[in-house]
Design a protein around this ligand. Sequence first.
Ligand SMILES: [Fe+2]
Length: 200
Amino acid sequence: MLKMINLPYPLNALEPYYSKETLDLHYNVLYKGYVDNTNKTEEQLTKARETNDLSNIKCLEKNLSFFGSGAILHELFFENMGPAIPTSPSVELMEQIIKDFGSFEKFKSQFTAAGAQVEASGWCLLVWVQKWNKLEILQCEKHQDLTLWGCKPLLVLDMWEHSYYLQYKTKRPEYINAFWNILNWNVVNKRFLENKDNKK
Ligand SMILES: [Fe+2]
């Protein structure tokens, strides 16, 4: 059974860039819903196997992908934020960013534009593609569309309206600009190190 992660900071820790009200709703209501629904889907899958009734399998697999990906991406997102204490990419990650995007500013511009232009509800991610040995920026529609199989999410930004609308309304770029202040690069650095040399 999947359990909710604990937030690594209090609900008001990201103020003023990310309001307590938004985070409370996001973590305690929406994220909880993804975890609960993933568990419910797993129970339904267990029952389907036990009863050998697989007539609803297409819907269950779809729910597993939607709710499961929703739960995982929220965990990566909550974990890669933190109080507005400046952090920065490690020397190794910065070298890779410059190699793959030209400069840190070019990476930041591409990430901000990609996030602002996510179609409808989705995510913006910096990922490590082991097969290509390089960083890429991806948009993800809903929680599970447009992904690149086998990539490792390093930096995750929630572009669903519930993540910014209370505070930023339709001003997506303002939300993304605020996010840079509460991004915890220490977590991104750790994910990069863990994945970069893992060729498995
Ligand atoms: Fe969300």
